[in-house]
Design a protein around this ligand. Sequence first.
Ligand code: F0G
Length: 460
Amino acid sequence: MELPYSEPYRIKATEAIRTSTRQEREEWIRQARYNLFKLDSDKVFIDLLTDSGTGSMSDNQWAAIMTGDESYAGASSYRKLETIIRSLFGMPYFLPTHQGRAAENVIFSALLKEGDIVPGNSHFDTTKGHIEFRRCSAPDCTIDEAADTQKELPFKGEMDLEKLEQVFKSHPREKIPCTVLTITNNTAGGQPVSMRNIRQTAELCRRYNIPLLIDSARFAENAYFIKTREQGYADKSIKEIVREIYSYADIMTISAKKDGVVNMGGFTAMRDKELFTKAMSYAIMFEGYITYGGMSGRDMNALAVGLDENTEFEQLDARIRQVKLLADLLDEYGVPYQRPAGGHAIFLDAKKILPAVPREEFIAQTLGIELYIEAGIRGVEIGSILADRDPVTRENRYPALELLRLAIPRRLYTDNHIRVVAAAVRNIYERRDSITSGYEIEFEAPILRHFTVELKKVQR
Ligand code: F0G
């Protein structure tokens, strides 16, 4: 008999999680104003809000925490991080920051001025927030197929080169300080970008003399998909693939909380010394001195180990198999989600799951609340609450997709947890005809409203 698959690690420490009753959860979510971000974590049974900063570190990472060098300047922990960044990404300069959005803040402070245009393939919300906050615009050049949840494409997160060139042609060069390529494409469902598309995007940028910035939160998962799906890469190591990806980039920002498998951290790195010098001043103002920025020595140590370990095939294989398990179960139950399964998450297609809820009542959020009440599972809305209002007209924006993201933290939950999640989603899908109304907004902040929005049930 062929032996079944099993994970390439064993578990050294466990953390208790508490169960609750449906009645308790109904009360808790009401108290949280129907905003899943406002729930205390002890009221959540399986937390799939994010895969960011929620992974389990390895024994080697914990050991590295103990040997962190907390010197203000020139710490050995900084040097360790520098060594792995240079060898993995080939970028000569970098600035540590406390997380991804801080890296965006530092680099966009150096690059952007009011009225600029920063095209990309579905900018993540903080990236878009940082661009729009500076009164710049962030046109989306993702391929159209990404919006068709039922279409199976191996690289569904790609940049549409024609759309990108159109942006380049319709604005003067000096208005476009950079292009942002996000790998994997989180907003489009954790979908990867092929090496071919990365290379062609870089070539197009070069032709128009526009720097290419790679938003790298899930770069290792993207490399895994290149290895397993793109012709010519099967025999290359993840590290070799990563090295090639970044040979096409001029700048990178990274939230290290994802593929770095640390609880906090990030950085921006670049090839250009002049840009580094400019960004350095912002890093010092916003984050900290250049050899620690927003990170403590122990965090930089853990990140150096995490980046090295999580660019090994076996680690990524275990993780992506677990995400696929959830997809396979949903297939068995006939529940629609963004196909194929993404690298870090499953994105449930809320419009198809709850067809009777009007879009003005926030379909994906309604599904998120149902799932919490059903089983204490917390996902996150990637729909019209997240899409926010148009900065000019202040009208609600209704994106093509209403998704509920179930992000799987790295090495945190077992396959049994995944089976509970799939069963809970199935239960909601089976009673979908009885869910006909959603929620309305009672309070919202002027920017990034989804974190603090307060809702109330629509009564009909
Ligand atoms: N870019 C991408 C593609 C991201 O997914 C995130 C964060 C960021 C940038 C910002 O990084 O949180 O460290 O400041 N994504 C998290 C998520 C929050 O849940 O997907 P950060």
